[in-house]
Design a protein around this ligand. Structure first.
Ligand code: FAD
Length: 374
C-alpha cells in the first residue's frame, strides 16, 4: 500500500482490535494485518466473558476494570449485544464458602453479594446441585458472544473510523517503519505486534526471554435449556485457577478438599464456566492442557468430565451437545507481555486466559509505553 499510516497492527484478534480502537478513536489512521480471512484464533474460541472478579490483583485487575468500561462503550456503539452481566461463583463446601466470604471483604470484592444456600435456591433455581452451600454474585462482568462480536467489532472499526484491514496477509517482518509481507510493504509510524500464541514468526527473541508454553482448552456448546442465565456461572474449581482469590486464608483447605473429591477434574485442568448466547444455547468449558506445542486432538474423556460437572451443577435436562472445539492460548510467568522493541515498535501478547477481559487495558498501557496519546 502506498498510504502511510500512524499505527500498523499485526493481528486482528481482540488484542489487535483493542489497539486499533483506542488509536482510531484518538484520530489516528490505522491499518490492521491478519493472515486469516476471518477471525479464527482464541478471540472467537473463548467464552466472550469479560471477567473482573477473581483476576490477579494489580495490573490484570486494573486492566480488566478499564476494559469492561471500554467493552460497554464499544458494544453500544457497534451494536454488539451484551448477552448477560455479572458472575455467580458457586461454593460446594464450607471452605469454599469461606474463601468467597473473605474475598467479599477485600477491595476486589466490592459490590459483590454473598448468597447463602436459601438465597441461591430462591434466585438461581437452575443451580440444582444439592451440595451447594453458598455463592458470590458479582455485578462487574460482561458477556458477549465472541464469534459474532469480534467480526462485528472489526466491521465497526472499518465503518466508523476508516480502519483499513489487510487480510489474508501474513506479516513476515518489520522494517524501519515498514510492515513487510509477501509481495509488498506498508509504511506505519508505529507498529504493534499482537500475534496471539504465534511466538515464532515475529520477534521470537522477545518470547524466548519469557518461557512461554501453550495451553489447549476444550469447549462445548449445548442446546438451550428452559431457563435463562442471570449471569455467567463458575464453580469453585475456579477458585484455585483464578489468582485473585489466592489471598484468602482458606484456599489451601479448598485445594485439599478438591484434590480429594475432584481429582480427575483437577488433573484435566477443568474448571466450570457456563455462559449463554442470545439464542439460549450455552457455552460450557473448559479444560487446560499445557505443552510446548499443542496438538488439535480433543480428548472425549475430558469433554465428558466437563459435561458431568456442568450437569451436576446446573439443570441441563434435555440439553444436547451442538458443537465442540479446541482453543489455544499462551502461558508464561505473567498474565501478559508488553515489550517495547524500540521507540516505535511493541509486541503485546496475553500469556494467560485473560485477553478478552484485559485487551483494552493492555492497549492503553502499550500506547503509554510508546508515548502515544490515545
Ligand atoms: C477456550 C478459551 C477460553 C477463553 N476464555 C476466556 C475468558 O473467559 N475470558 C478472557 O478474558 N479470556 C479468555 N480466553 C483468552 C482470550 O481468548 C485470549 O487471551 C485472547 O483472545 C487473545 O487475543 P489475541 O488477539 O492476542 O489472540 P488471537 O485471537 O489468537 O489473535 C491473534 C491474531 O494474530 C494473527 N497473526 C499472528 N501472527 C501473524 C502474522 N505474522 N501475520 C498476520 N497475522 C498474524 C492470527 O491470525 C490471529 O488472528 C480464552 C481463550 C480460550 C482459547
Amino acid at each position: 500500500m502506498s498510504q502511510a499510516f500512524d499505527v500498523g497492527i499485526v493481528g486482528a484478534g481482540i488484542v489487535g482490535l483493542a489497539h486499533a480502537y483506542l488509536a482510531a478513536r484518538a484520530g489516528r489512521s490505522v491499518v490492521v494485518f491478519d493472515r486469516d480471512h476471518q477471525a479464527n484464533g482464541a478471540s472467537v474460541r473463548n467464552f466472550g466473558f469479560v471477567t473482573v472478579t477473581g483476576q490477579s490483583a494489580g495490573d490484570t485487575w486494573r486492566r480488566a476494570l478499564y476494559s469492561r468500561e471500554i467493552w460497554a462503550e464499544v458494544a453500544e456503539a457497534a451494536g454488539i449485544e451484551i448477552c448477560h452481566r455479572g458472575l455467580l461463583m458457586l461454593a460446594h463446601s464450607d471452605p469454599a464458602a469461606e474463601v468467597l466470604a473473605q474475598f467479599a471483604t477485600h477491595e476486589m470484592g466490592q459490590g459483590c453479594t454473598l448468597l447463602d444456600r436459601q438465597a441461591l435456591q430462591h434466585r438461581y433455581a437452575y443451580a440444582h446441585d444439592p451440595n451447594l452451600v453458598a455463592g458470590l454474585a458479582s455485578p462487574h462482568e460482561l458477556r458477549m458472544d465472541s464469534r459474532t462480536a469480534i467480526p462485528r467489532f472489526a466491521a465497526f472499526l472499518a465503518e466508523r473510523y476508516g480502519v483499513v484491514f489487510q487480510r489474508p496477509v501474513a506479516v513476515t517482518g518489520i522494517g524501519r517503519s515498514r510492515v513487510q509481507y509477501a509481495g509488498g510493504e506498508t509504511a506505519a509510524r508505529h507498529i504493534i505486534i499482537c500475534p496471539g500464541h504465534d511466538y515464532a514468526s515475529l520477534y521470537p527473541e522477545v518470547f524466548a526471554r519469557h518461557p512461554v508454553r501453550q495451553c489447549k482448552l476444550q469447549m462445548l456448546r449445548l442446546s438451550a435449556p428452559a431457563w435463562r442465565l442471570h449471569s455467567a456461572v463458575m464453580s469453585d474449581l475456579g477458585l484455585v485457577r483464578y489468582a485473585g482469590y489466592g489471598a484468602a486464608a482458606s484456599l489451601d483447605a479448598v485445594t485439599a478438599l478438591l484434590q480429594a473429591t475432584e481429582a480427575d477434574a483437577l488433573a484435566r485442568g477443568i474448571h466450570l464456566i457456563v455462559v449463554q448466547n442470545a439464542d439460549g444455547s450455552l457455552v460450557v468449558g473448559d479444560s487446560h492442557d499445557y505443552a510446548p506445542t499443542i496438538d488439535d486432538f480433543a480428548d472425549e474423556a475430558t469433554d465428558d468430565a466437563i459435561l458431568n460437572l456442568a450437569r451436576r451443577t446446573l439443570d441441563l435436562d434435555g440439553c444436547r451437545v451442538l458443537e465442540r472445539w479446541v482453543g489455544v492460548y499462551g502461558k508464561a510467568d505473567r498474565d501478559a507481555l508488553i515489550e517495547r522493541v524500540d521507540e516505535r515498535v511493541a509486541v503485546v501478547a496475553v500469556t494467560s486466559g485473560t485477553g478478552a477481559s484485559t485487551a483494552f487495558g493492555l492497549a492503553a498501557d502499550c500506547f503509554k509505553a510508546l508515548k502515544i496519546e490515545v
